[in-house]
Write a protein that binds this ligand. Structure first.
Ligand SMILES: [Zn+2]
Length: 413
Protein backbone atom coordinates (compact mmCIF):
# COMPACT_ATOMS: atom_id res chain seq x y z
CA UNK A 1 0.00 0.00 0.00
CA UNK A 2 2.96 2.28 0.42
CA UNK A 3 6.02 2.95 -1.64
CA UNK A 4 8.72 5.32 -0.52
CA UNK A 5 11.20 6.90 -2.82
CA UNK A 6 14.55 8.26 -1.80
CA UNK A 7 16.94 10.40 -3.81
CA UNK A 8 20.56 9.28 -3.59
CA UNK A 9 23.86 9.71 -5.38
CA UNK A 10 23.56 6.69 -7.68
CA UNK A 11 22.11 6.50 -11.15
CA UNK A 12 18.65 5.22 -12.06
CA UNK A 13 18.39 2.51 -9.45
CA UNK A 14 15.55 1.20 -7.34
CA UNK A 15 15.89 -0.50 -4.00
CA UNK A 16 13.30 -2.59 -2.14
CA UNK A 17 12.83 -1.71 1.50
CA UNK A 18 10.73 -4.18 3.56
CA UNK A 19 8.20 -4.65 0.78
CA UNK A 20 8.28 -0.97 -0.06
CA UNK A 21 10.38 0.65 -2.72
CA UNK A 22 12.90 3.38 -2.41
CA UNK A 23 15.13 4.59 -5.20
CA UNK A 24 18.32 6.44 -5.63
CA UNK A 25 16.95 8.81 -8.25
CA UNK A 26 13.38 9.75 -9.02
CA UNK A 27 13.33 8.47 -12.59
CA UNK A 28 9.96 6.84 -12.74
CA UNK A 29 8.66 4.05 -14.90
CA UNK A 30 5.74 4.79 -17.19
CA UNK A 31 3.20 3.11 -14.88
CA UNK A 32 4.22 5.56 -12.14
CA UNK A 33 4.12 8.62 -14.41
CA UNK A 34 0.73 7.82 -15.93
CA UNK A 35 -1.38 4.92 -14.70
CA UNK A 36 -3.69 5.27 -17.72
CA UNK A 37 -0.98 4.76 -20.36
CA UNK A 38 -1.69 1.52 -22.26
CA UNK A 39 1.07 1.37 -24.87
CA UNK A 40 4.70 2.37 -24.95
CA UNK A 41 7.88 1.85 -26.95
CA UNK A 42 11.05 1.15 -24.97
CA UNK A 43 14.56 -0.06 -25.73
CA UNK A 44 15.86 -3.36 -24.31
CA UNK A 45 18.92 -2.74 -22.15
CA UNK A 46 19.56 -6.32 -20.98
CA UNK A 47 18.43 -9.84 -21.82
CA UNK A 48 19.52 -13.00 -19.99
CA UNK A 49 18.39 -16.65 -20.11
CA UNK A 50 16.36 -17.66 -17.06
CA UNK A 51 14.07 -20.43 -15.92
CA UNK A 52 11.06 -20.43 -18.24
CA UNK A 53 12.59 -18.15 -20.88
CA UNK A 54 14.49 -14.88 -20.85
CA UNK A 55 14.54 -11.99 -18.41
CA UNK A 56 14.49 -8.69 -20.28
CA UNK A 57 15.16 -5.28 -18.80
CA UNK A 58 13.89 -2.21 -20.62
CA UNK A 59 14.81 1.46 -20.33
CA UNK A 60 11.19 2.12 -19.29
CA UNK A 61 8.16 -0.06 -18.61
CA UNK A 62 4.38 0.05 -18.63
CA UNK A 63 4.05 -2.97 -16.40
CA UNK A 64 3.48 -2.66 -12.66
CA UNK A 65 5.24 -5.48 -10.81
CA UNK A 66 3.39 -6.90 -7.84
CA UNK A 67 3.59 -4.73 -4.73
CA UNK A 68 1.67 -3.22 -1.84
CA UNK A 69 -1.10 -5.79 -2.20
CA UNK A 70 -1.68 -5.01 -5.88
CA UNK A 71 -1.03 -7.93 -8.28
CA UNK A 72 1.32 -7.61 -11.25
CA UNK A 73 0.16 -6.40 -14.66
CA UNK A 74 -0.17 -8.55 -17.78
CA UNK A 75 0.41 -7.62 -21.42
CA UNK A 76 2.60 -8.18 -24.47
CA UNK A 77 6.02 -7.06 -25.76
CA UNK A 78 6.17 -7.03 -29.59
CA UNK A 79 3.21 -9.41 -29.50
CA UNK A 80 4.94 -11.85 -27.12
CA UNK A 81 2.90 -12.57 -24.00
CA UNK A 82 4.50 -11.31 -20.81
CA UNK A 83 5.01 -14.49 -18.75
CA UNK A 84 5.88 -12.72 -15.51
CA UNK A 85 7.50 -9.73 -13.87
CA UNK A 86 10.28 -9.67 -11.33
CA UNK A 87 11.55 -6.82 -9.24
CA UNK A 88 15.24 -7.04 -8.41
CA UNK A 89 16.63 -6.20 -4.98
CA UNK A 90 17.72 -2.85 -6.36
CA UNK A 91 14.24 -2.18 -7.73
CA UNK A 92 14.65 -2.83 -11.48
CA UNK A 93 11.73 -4.45 -13.29
CA UNK A 94 12.55 -7.60 -15.30
CA UNK A 95 10.17 -9.03 -17.90
CA UNK A 96 10.00 -12.80 -18.35
CA UNK A 97 9.50 -13.76 -22.02
CA UNK A 98 9.59 -17.06 -23.91
CA UNK A 99 11.86 -15.62 -26.60
CA UNK A 100 14.95 -13.43 -26.28
CA UNK A 101 14.94 -9.74 -27.22
CA UNK A 102 18.00 -8.20 -28.88
CA UNK A 103 19.65 -5.66 -26.58
CA UNK A 104 19.37 -2.16 -28.02
CA UNK A 105 16.20 -2.91 -29.98
CA UNK A 106 13.05 -0.92 -29.30
CA UNK A 107 10.01 -3.04 -28.44
CA UNK A 108 6.30 -2.21 -28.36
CA UNK A 109 4.64 -2.72 -24.99
CA UNK A 110 0.89 -3.26 -24.78
CA UNK A 111 -0.85 -3.34 -21.41
CA UNK A 112 -3.75 -5.65 -20.53
CA UNK A 113 -5.84 -2.61 -19.67
CA UNK A 114 -8.91 -4.49 -18.42
CA UNK A 115 -6.78 -6.21 -15.78
CA UNK A 116 -4.99 -2.97 -14.80
CA UNK A 117 -8.20 -0.95 -14.56
CA UNK A 118 -9.73 -3.67 -12.41
CA UNK A 119 -6.72 -3.54 -10.05
CA UNK A 120 -6.78 0.26 -9.94
CA UNK A 121 -10.49 0.23 -9.11
CA UNK A 122 -10.03 -2.20 -6.22
CA UNK A 123 -6.92 -0.45 -4.90
CA UNK A 124 -8.40 3.06 -5.03
CA UNK A 125 -11.61 1.79 -3.43
CA UNK A 126 -9.49 0.36 -0.62
CA UNK A 127 -7.94 3.79 0.03
CA UNK A 128 -11.43 5.34 0.25
CA UNK A 129 -12.85 2.61 2.49
CA UNK A 130 -9.80 2.65 4.77
CA UNK A 131 -9.83 6.44 5.07
CA UNK A 132 -13.59 6.68 5.73
CA UNK A 133 -13.62 3.71 8.12
CA UNK A 134 -10.96 5.41 10.26
CA UNK A 135 -12.04 9.05 10.02
CA UNK A 136 -15.81 8.64 10.25
CA UNK A 137 -16.29 5.37 12.13
CA UNK A 138 -13.06 4.95 14.13
CA UNK A 139 -12.22 1.56 12.59
CA UNK A 140 -8.52 1.21 11.65
CA UNK A 141 -7.51 -1.01 8.71
CA UNK A 142 -5.00 -3.67 9.70
CA UNK A 143 -4.65 -5.50 6.34
CA UNK A 144 -5.77 -5.42 2.70
CA UNK A 145 -5.93 -8.25 0.15
CA UNK A 146 -6.71 -7.73 -3.51
CA UNK A 147 -8.10 -11.07 -4.73
CA UNK A 148 -8.89 -12.24 -8.26
CA UNK A 149 -12.65 -12.21 -7.60
CA UNK A 150 -13.13 -10.15 -4.47
CA UNK A 151 -10.95 -8.15 -2.12
CA UNK A 152 -11.03 -7.63 1.59
CA UNK A 153 -10.04 -5.25 4.32
CA UNK A 154 -9.34 -6.28 7.88
CA UNK A 155 -10.80 -3.73 10.27
CA UNK A 156 -9.67 -3.55 13.89
CA UNK A 157 -13.23 -3.61 15.17
CA UNK A 158 -15.04 -6.83 16.01
CA UNK A 159 -18.72 -7.64 15.57
CA UNK A 160 -19.27 -5.72 12.34
CA UNK A 161 -21.89 -7.11 9.95
CA UNK A 162 -23.25 -5.75 6.67
CA UNK A 163 -25.97 -3.81 8.51
CA UNK A 164 -23.35 -2.09 10.68
CA UNK A 165 -21.31 -1.34 7.55
CA UNK A 166 -24.19 0.15 5.53
CA UNK A 167 -23.13 3.69 6.45
CA UNK A 168 -19.54 3.07 5.29
CA UNK A 169 -20.79 1.70 1.94
CA UNK A 170 -23.12 4.68 1.49
CA UNK A 171 -20.33 7.18 2.21
CA UNK A 172 -17.90 5.42 -0.16
CA UNK A 173 -20.44 5.63 -2.98
CA UNK A 174 -21.06 9.29 -2.21
CA UNK A 175 -17.32 9.89 -2.73
CA UNK A 176 -17.53 7.96 -6.04
CA UNK A 177 -20.45 10.14 -7.24
CA UNK A 178 -18.58 13.31 -6.36
CA UNK A 179 -15.91 12.42 -8.97
CA UNK A 180 -13.11 13.61 -6.71
CA UNK A 181 -9.66 13.95 -8.31
CA UNK A 182 -6.98 11.41 -7.35
CA UNK A 183 -3.44 12.78 -7.62
CA UNK A 184 0.05 11.43 -7.09
CA UNK A 185 2.88 13.65 -5.92
CA UNK A 186 6.32 13.53 -4.39
CA UNK A 187 7.20 15.35 -1.18
CA UNK A 188 10.41 15.84 0.76
CA UNK A 189 10.91 14.46 4.24
CA UNK A 190 10.45 17.98 5.66
CA UNK A 191 7.16 18.54 3.85
CA UNK A 192 6.01 15.03 4.72
CA UNK A 193 6.29 15.89 8.44
CA UNK A 194 3.89 18.83 8.00
CA UNK A 195 1.20 16.91 6.08
CA UNK A 196 -1.81 15.01 7.52
CA UNK A 197 -0.69 11.68 6.00
CA UNK A 198 -2.85 8.78 7.18
CA UNK A 199 -0.17 6.14 7.76
CA UNK A 200 3.13 7.21 9.26
CA UNK A 201 4.77 3.81 9.57
CA UNK A 202 8.02 4.17 7.62
CA UNK A 203 11.02 1.93 7.10
CA UNK A 204 13.81 2.60 9.55
CA UNK A 205 16.32 5.18 8.35
CA UNK A 206 14.06 6.23 5.47
CA UNK A 207 14.74 9.82 4.43
CA UNK A 208 12.24 10.50 1.63
CA UNK A 209 11.11 11.88 -0.72
CA UNK A 210 7.77 10.17 -0.45
CA UNK A 211 5.20 9.25 -3.05
CA UNK A 212 1.79 10.38 -1.86
CA UNK A 213 -1.58 9.45 -3.31
CA UNK A 214 -4.25 12.00 -2.54
CA UNK A 215 -7.97 11.51 -2.99
CA UNK A 216 -9.13 15.09 -2.72
CA UNK A 217 -10.74 15.79 0.64
CA UNK A 218 -10.78 12.09 1.60
CA UNK A 219 -7.33 10.59 1.92
CA UNK A 220 -3.65 11.38 1.76
CA UNK A 221 -1.31 8.44 2.05
CA UNK A 222 2.02 7.02 0.99
CA UNK A 223 1.49 4.49 -1.79
CA UNK A 224 3.36 3.14 -4.81
CA UNK A 225 0.43 1.45 -6.55
CA UNK A 226 -1.50 2.53 -9.63
CA UNK A 227 -4.71 4.47 -9.06
CA UNK A 228 -7.69 5.88 -10.94
CA UNK A 229 -7.55 9.60 -11.78
CA UNK A 230 -11.05 10.33 -10.49
CA UNK A 231 -13.22 8.50 -7.99
CA UNK A 232 -15.91 8.41 -10.73
CA UNK A 233 -13.82 5.68 -12.41
CA UNK A 234 -14.78 3.38 -9.53
CA UNK A 235 -18.43 3.34 -10.73
CA UNK A 236 -19.60 1.82 -7.43
CA UNK A 237 -18.28 0.19 -4.27
CA UNK A 238 -20.18 -2.73 -2.72
CA UNK A 239 -19.53 -4.39 0.63
CA UNK A 240 -20.57 -8.01 0.11
CA UNK A 241 -19.80 -9.93 3.29
CA UNK A 242 -17.98 -10.13 6.61
CA UNK A 243 -15.99 -12.72 8.53
CA UNK A 244 -15.12 -12.71 12.20
CA UNK A 245 -11.47 -12.27 13.11
CA UNK A 246 -9.85 -12.25 16.51
CA UNK A 247 -10.47 -8.69 17.67
CA UNK A 248 -11.58 -7.54 14.23
CA UNK A 249 -13.71 -8.08 11.15
CA UNK A 250 -12.77 -9.02 7.60
CA UNK A 251 -14.89 -7.03 5.17
CA UNK A 252 -15.25 -8.25 1.57
CA UNK A 253 -15.75 -5.62 -1.09
CA UNK A 254 -16.10 -5.14 -4.84
CA UNK A 255 -15.49 -2.03 -6.92
CA UNK A 256 -15.93 -0.97 -10.54
CA UNK A 257 -16.58 -3.66 -13.15
CA UNK A 258 -16.71 -6.30 -10.43
CA UNK A 259 -19.91 -4.77 -9.02
CA UNK A 260 -21.63 -5.06 -12.40
CA UNK A 261 -20.26 -8.57 -12.97
CA UNK A 262 -21.54 -9.70 -9.56
CA UNK A 263 -24.88 -8.03 -10.20
CA UNK A 264 -25.14 -9.75 -13.60
CA UNK A 265 -24.50 -13.14 -11.99
CA UNK A 266 -26.99 -12.44 -9.21
CA UNK A 267 -29.66 -11.44 -11.73
CA UNK A 268 -29.01 -14.60 -13.79
CA UNK A 269 -29.28 -16.76 -10.64
CA UNK A 270 -32.47 -14.98 -9.63
CA UNK A 271 -33.99 -15.54 -13.05
CA UNK A 272 -33.09 -19.26 -12.95
CA UNK A 273 -34.51 -19.58 -9.44
CA UNK A 274 -37.64 -17.66 -10.46
CA UNK A 275 -38.28 -20.22 -13.20
CA UNK A 276 -37.66 -23.15 -10.85
CA UNK A 277 -39.77 -21.74 -8.04
CA UNK A 278 -42.39 -19.95 -10.18
CA UNK A 279 -42.38 -16.84 -8.03
CA UNK A 280 -40.76 -13.39 -7.97
CA UNK A 281 -37.34 -12.93 -6.25
CA UNK A 282 -38.84 -11.42 -3.09
CA UNK A 283 -40.71 -14.70 -2.51
CA UNK A 284 -37.68 -16.99 -3.09
CA UNK A 285 -36.67 -17.38 0.58
CA UNK A 286 -40.21 -18.28 1.65
CA UNK A 287 -40.60 -20.68 -1.29
CA UNK A 288 -37.32 -22.48 -0.51
CA UNK A 289 -38.18 -22.64 3.17
CA UNK A 290 -41.56 -24.22 2.31
CA UNK A 291 -39.82 -26.77 0.05
CA UNK A 292 -37.37 -27.66 2.82
CA UNK A 293 -40.24 -28.26 5.26
CA UNK A 294 -42.00 -30.46 2.68
CA UNK A 295 -38.77 -32.37 2.10
CA UNK A 296 -38.33 -33.00 5.83
CA UNK A 297 -41.92 -34.23 6.09
CA UNK A 298 -41.47 -36.46 3.02
CA UNK A 299 -38.31 -37.90 4.58
CA UNK A 300 -40.18 -38.83 7.76
CA UNK A 301 -42.94 -40.48 5.70
CA UNK A 302 -40.42 -42.31 3.49
CA UNK A 303 -38.59 -43.79 6.48
CA UNK A 304 -41.90 -44.88 7.98
CA UNK A 305 -43.02 -46.51 4.72
CA UNK A 306 -39.62 -48.19 4.28
CA UNK A 307 -39.81 -49.81 7.70
CA UNK A 308 -43.39 -50.94 7.02
CA UNK A 309 -42.28 -52.36 3.66
CA UNK A 310 -39.32 -54.11 5.30
CA UNK A 311 -41.61 -55.71 7.84
CA UNK A 312 -44.03 -56.78 5.11
CA UNK A 313 -41.26 -58.32 2.97
CA UNK A 314 -39.72 -60.05 5.98
CA UNK A 315 -43.09 -61.58 6.82
CA UNK A 316 -43.40 -62.94 3.27
CA UNK A 317 -39.89 -64.38 3.46
CA UNK A 318 -40.45 -66.00 6.84
CA UNK A 319 -43.54 -67.80 5.46
CA UNK A 320 -41.82 -69.06 2.30
CA UNK A 321 -39.29 -71.85 1.66
CA UNK A 322 -35.90 -71.78 3.35
CA UNK A 323 -33.31 -70.54 2.64
CA UNK A 324 -35.37 -67.47 1.77
CA UNK A 325 -34.37 -65.25 -1.16
CA UNK A 326 -35.32 -61.73 -2.24
CA UNK A 327 -33.91 -59.65 -5.11
CA UNK A 328 -34.89 -55.97 -5.38
CA UNK A 329 -32.67 -54.43 -8.12
CA UNK A 330 -32.94 -50.84 -6.80
CA UNK A 331 -32.62 -51.58 -3.07
CA UNK A 332 -29.76 -49.92 -1.16
CA UNK A 333 -27.90 -51.35 1.84
CA UNK A 334 -30.15 -49.66 4.43
CA UNK A 335 -33.23 -51.18 2.79
CA UNK A 336 -31.72 -54.69 2.59
CA UNK A 337 -30.53 -54.49 6.23
CA UNK A 338 -33.99 -53.38 7.41
CA UNK A 339 -35.59 -56.43 5.75
CA UNK A 340 -32.82 -58.70 7.11
CA UNK A 341 -33.26 -57.48 10.71
CA UNK A 342 -37.06 -57.83 10.54
CA UNK A 343 -36.58 -61.35 9.12
CA UNK A 344 -34.29 -62.36 12.02
CA UNK A 345 -36.84 -61.04 14.53
CA UNK A 346 -39.47 -63.33 13.00
CA UNK A 347 -37.18 -66.25 12.16
CA UNK A 348 -34.05 -66.26 14.40
CA UNK A 349 -32.85 -69.65 13.08
CA UNK A 350 -33.72 -68.99 9.39
CA UNK A 351 -31.44 -68.08 6.49
CA UNK A 352 -32.26 -65.33 3.96
CA UNK A 353 -30.25 -64.02 1.03
CA UNK A 354 -31.20 -60.44 0.08
CA UNK A 355 -29.73 -58.77 -2.98
CA UNK A 356 -30.05 -55.20 -4.28
CA UNK A 357 -28.15 -52.65 -6.34
CA UNK A 358 -24.73 -54.39 -6.49
CA UNK A 359 -25.13 -55.44 -2.87
CA UNK A 360 -26.02 -58.48 -0.83
CA UNK A 361 -27.00 -59.23 2.76
CA UNK A 362 -27.11 -62.71 4.25
CA UNK A 363 -29.23 -62.99 7.40
CA UNK A 364 -28.99 -65.95 9.74
CA UNK A 365 -27.66 -67.27 13.03
CA UNK A 366 -24.25 -65.76 13.79
CA UNK A 367 -22.52 -69.16 14.20
CA UNK A 368 -23.56 -70.28 10.67
CA UNK A 369 -22.74 -66.97 8.95
CA UNK A 370 -19.04 -67.25 9.73
CA UNK A 371 -18.62 -70.07 7.21
CA UNK A 372 -21.57 -69.34 4.89
CA UNK A 373 -20.93 -65.60 4.43
CA UNK A 374 -17.63 -65.93 2.51
CA UNK A 375 -19.07 -68.82 0.39
CA UNK A 376 -22.09 -66.71 -0.64
CA UNK A 377 -19.82 -63.72 -1.35
CA UNK A 378 -17.64 -65.93 -3.57
CA UNK A 379 -20.69 -67.26 -5.43
CA UNK A 380 -21.74 -63.66 -6.17
CA UNK A 381 -18.23 -62.58 -7.21
CA UNK A 382 -17.98 -60.23 -4.24
CA UNK A 383 -16.56 -59.67 -0.79
CA UNK A 384 -18.18 -59.03 2.53
CA UNK A 385 -18.03 -58.97 6.28
CA UNK A 386 -20.33 -58.66 9.22
CA UNK A 387 -21.55 -59.81 12.59
CA UNK A 388 -24.66 -59.95 14.79
CA UNK A 389 -26.70 -62.03 12.34
CA UNK A 390 -25.87 -60.08 9.17
CA UNK A 391 -23.12 -60.69 6.61
CA UNK A 392 -23.05 -58.09 3.86
CA UNK A 393 -20.97 -56.74 1.03
CA UNK A 394 -20.69 -55.79 -2.61
CA UNK A 395 -21.50 -58.28 -5.35
CA UNK A 396 -20.24 -58.18 -8.92
CA UNK A 397 -22.68 -60.84 -10.21
CA UNK A 398 -26.36 -60.73 -9.34
CA UNK A 399 -27.79 -62.60 -12.33
CA UNK A 400 -30.47 -65.27 -11.60
CA UNK A 401 -27.79 -67.93 -12.17
CA UNK A 402 -25.36 -66.32 -9.72
CA UNK A 403 -28.08 -65.95 -7.09
CA UNK A 404 -29.08 -69.59 -7.65
CA UNK A 405 -25.42 -70.65 -7.10
CA UNK A 406 -25.39 -68.73 -3.81
CA UNK A 407 -28.66 -70.32 -2.69
CA UNK A 408 -27.35 -73.79 -3.63
CA UNK A 409 -24.42 -73.15 -1.28
CA UNK A 410 -26.85 -72.35 1.51
CA UNK A 411 -29.02 -75.39 0.81
CA UNK A 412 -26.05 -77.76 0.88
CA UNK A 413 -24.76 -76.39 4.21
ZN1 LIG B 1 -2.25 1.96 -1.77
Amino acid sequence: MAIFVTRGKGVQRYRAVVGLVSMDAPRLNAYQRDAHLTSLRARAVACAPAQGGFLVELEDTLFYPEGGGQPADAGTLDGQALLGLQKTADGRVLHLLAEAVEVGREVALELDWARRLDHMQQHSAQHILTALALAEFGWPTTAFHLGPDRSDLELGQDGLDLAALAGLQARANEIVRQARPVRTRWVSAEEFQTLPVRSRILPEGFAGPYRLVEIEGVDLNTCGGTHVASTAELQAVALTGTERLRGGTRVFFLAGGRVLRELGQAVAHQRALGELLSCPPADHPAAVSRLQAELREAGVQRRQLQSELALHLARELSRGPQPASLHRPEADMACLQAVARAFLELCPQGLALLTGKGLFVLAGPADRLKALGPQVAAALGGRGGGGAGLYQGKAAELSPAARERALATLRSS
